[in-house]
Structure formats: structure tokens, C-alpha cells
Design a protein around this ligand. Structure first.
Ligand SMILES: CNc1ncnc2c1ncn2[C@@H]1O[C@H](COP(=O)(O)O)[C@@H](O)[C@H]1O
Ligand SMILES: [Zn+2]
Length: 336
């Protein structure tokens, strides 16, 4: 499998969280940092959870530890290619600058490469829409700088944060600058109904869309949005548990996966925040399988197709594809 939509601070497992809570003052050891299975909440609850989590990842040591653990956990879940995304954060009290934050993640990526984990990891820097345009432009510049100095480990830019805050159109110049610098764009779009904003942002044709929950008319979107996304064949990163717990989708059966999959549109199954939503990528594939009656071969095809939408270069795509094909030949031998 490949995981293309995973926020670092939302991906912290219970075990890592325990280690973090024992390290410093702040939220106490029994503070809940994840939702229970089957629990529902609101997007606001999710963002409050992130605020708490950010209180325990305030120094480079914790960011490094979190990144190492998250990479190892995805590898243990059989993820062969991972694009992590994270919002560079400065914490004056601990001396963590945005540069040091990014470097801690890059160091974790490099050190994990030495562990022979059988996983390729790339990094996407996130623009939090709550932090405004100036910070967004800074993030783009940081991404360009570290793309150069990290041997291509930094691959793109994300737009995330509370979708109800601010106007995403304000960030269009930052997205254009990112594109001009050769960075890829994976943008959270239409996580809640926002037809005008989404239409305008779609004009720049992002490389991938996060969630796209409210693109289609039944979910508060519009036919124009569907036509644009279809016309440009923009892959959509779909996170089932996240959307159901956050209640932007009432039940798994109403998930937009159904709409886009039925159109044969590029769909990628992802976790979003495996820690906060208490899930794994395998679990998300199982939910998709149970909810939409997809057999193993169909899940395999979905995973194989996702390789086309990764942000790494063509040689990585070709290598992954050949590994998938080898596995296919073993798992589904042609019998005559
Ligand atoms: C639930 N749906 C979502 N919608 C929008 N943004 C989300 C998100 N889930 C996570 N994030 C974004 O990721 C940050 C945490 O990871 P990092 O500190 O960047 O590693 C959150 O603060 C939010 O900006
Ligand atoms: Zn997300």
C-alpha cells in the first residue's frame, strides 16, 4: 500500500503519545488524544485535539521521535511508500524554529532509511489556512529550500487547517509560487461546502485533492465542481474514518468514495490522522472493502493505480509498480 495523506501530528500512536506525555509538563498522562472506535465528534473537536497534541510536540526531540515512530508504524502496516505532511511550527520557549522543525523530520526520515524498513518516505509542508498568506508564502519558500538540500525528500505543499476559517482563495498566489518552483500541490478542498472557494482554487489545477467531501451536488457542491475535477482527472485522497468521526459524512455508506469510484475517477484511500482517529491504512482498506463490497483484487487495483498519483519521480513510480506486479503474479496466479 501507499499512504499519501497523513498529517504527522495527527498520526501519533497511543504508545508514542504515552512516551511524549511522560517527557514533559502540559496535558496530563490521562488526557485523551484520540477518539474511540465508533465515536463521532465534530470537526471542532478534531481541531481541539490537534491543539492539545501540539502542546506535547514542542521541541525538536519530540518531533524527531514522533516522525521516527510514525514512519516505523506505517512500515509495520505494510506501507511501502509514504508521503507525510506537516505544518512547520516555531516554539520560542524551546528554541524550535521552523527550520529546526523541518530538519528534525528530515533527520528521522534519513535515520529510518538506515533501518532497512522497506518504506520510501517523502515530506509535504503544510500551509495552515488559519495562519494567513504571509506564513503560507514562507512555507512555500521553505519547501523549495529543503527540496534542494534534502535530495528531493520534500516534494510538495498542502493546504489544511480548519476549513471553516478564512478564505482559501487568498492562498492562490502561494500555490502558484509553489508550482513555479516545481513543488506539487495536495490541497484540502471542499471538506465542508464551499463552492465558490473550491471553484476558484480548482482553476490552478492542484495535483491532488484532500477529501473533496462536498464537491458533488448531493453533498452541497455543484455540477461545475464535479466537471472541473473530472475534466482534469485530479486524484482525490479519501479518508473514510476521519470523515465519519468528524461527521462531515454521516455514515460510511454515504462516503464520497462511492460517488467518485462509480465514476472511475482516480481515488486514493488514506488515513488522514491515524492516531487521532485510531486507525491504520489496512483498516481503511478493510472498511472500504466491507462498505462498498470490493474484493481483494479490486483493492489491489486501487492501490496499484495510486502509484501514478504519488509525488516522487518516475523512477520511484516504476520501481513501485514493478514490485506491485511481482506481488500480483504471486497472489493472483494466472491458471489455465
Ligand atoms: C480532520 N481533517 C483535517 N482537516 C484539515 N486539516 C487537518 C485535518 N486533520 C489534520 N489537519 C491539519 O494537520 C495538523 C496536524 O498535523 P501537523 O501539525 O501539521 O503535523 C492540524 O493542526 C491541521 O492543520
Ligand atoms: Zn487531512
Amino acid at each position: 500500500m501507499q499512504e499519501l495523506h497523513a498529517h504527522l501530528n495527527g498520526s501519533i500512536s497511543e504508545e508514542t503519545m504515552r512516551k511524549l506525555l511522560s517527557r514533559r509538563n502540559g496535558p496530563t498522562a490521562d488526557t485523551k488524544m484520540m477518539f474511540d472506535k465508533g465515536q463521532t465528534a465534530t470537526l471542532e473537536d478534531c481541531f481541539n485535539m490537534f491543539k492539545l497534541i501540539h502542546q506535547v510536540t514542542v521541541d525538536t526531540e519530540s518531533v524527531y521521535m514522533v516522525a521516527c515512530d510514525v514512519i516505523r508504524e506505517f512500515a509495520a502496516d505494510n506501507v511501502k511508500y509514504l508521503e507525510l505532511r506537516s505544518t512547520p511550527r516555531e516554539v520560542v520557549a524551546t528554541g524550535m524554529t521552523k527550520e529546526k522543525y523541518i530538519e528534525a523530520i528530515l533527520q528521522a526520515m534519513k535515520d529510518c532509511e538506515k533501518e532497512n524498513l522497506d518504506i520510501i518516505v517523502k515530506l509535504i509542508l503544510a500551509i495552515d489556512r488559519r495562519n494567513g498568506v504571509k506564513v503560507a508564502m514562507e512555507t512555500v519558500n521553505l519547501a523549495a529550500k529543503y527540496r534542494e538540500s534534502s535530495a528531493g525528500r520534500v516534494v510538495g505543499i498542502d493546504l489544511s487547517g480548519d476549513p471553516k476559517v478564512g478564505d482559501g482563495c487568498d492562498f492562490i498566489p502561494a500555490f502558484q509560487a509553489a508550482k513555479a518552483k516545481g513543488l506539487k500541490l495536495a490541497l484540502h478542498l471542499a471538506e465542508v461546502p464551499a463552492v465558490e472557494e473550491t471553484k476558484e482554487i480548482l482553476q490552478i489545477v492542484p495535483d491532488r485533492i484532500g477529501h473533496g467531501t462536498c464537491l458533488h451536488t448531493e453533498a452541497g457542491g455543484s455540477q461545475d465542481l464535479v466537471d472541473l475535477v473530472t475534466h482534469h482527472q485530479i486524484p482525490i485522497e479519501l479518508c473514510l474514518t476521519s470523515n465519519v468521526i468528524g461527521q462531515t459524512v454521516p455514515h460510511f455508506d454515504n462516503h464520497q468514495f462511492k460517488f467518485w469510484y462509480a465514476k472511475n475517477h482516480p481515488c486514493v484511500i488514506c488515513t488522514d490522522d491515524k492516531g487521532v482517529f485510531n486507525t491504520t491504512l489496512s483498516n481503511e482498506y478493510s472498511i472500504a472493502s466491507r462498505t462498498f463490497s470490493l474484493d481483494e483484487r479490486t483493492l489491489y487495483q486501487l492501490s496499484l493505480q495510486s502509484i501514478q498519483y504519488i509525488f516522487a519521480d518516475d523512477s520511484v513510480k516504476a520501481d513501485l509498480k514493478s514490485r506491485w506486479k511481482t506481488w500480483e503474479a504471486e497472489r493472483f496466479p494466472i491458471t489455465t
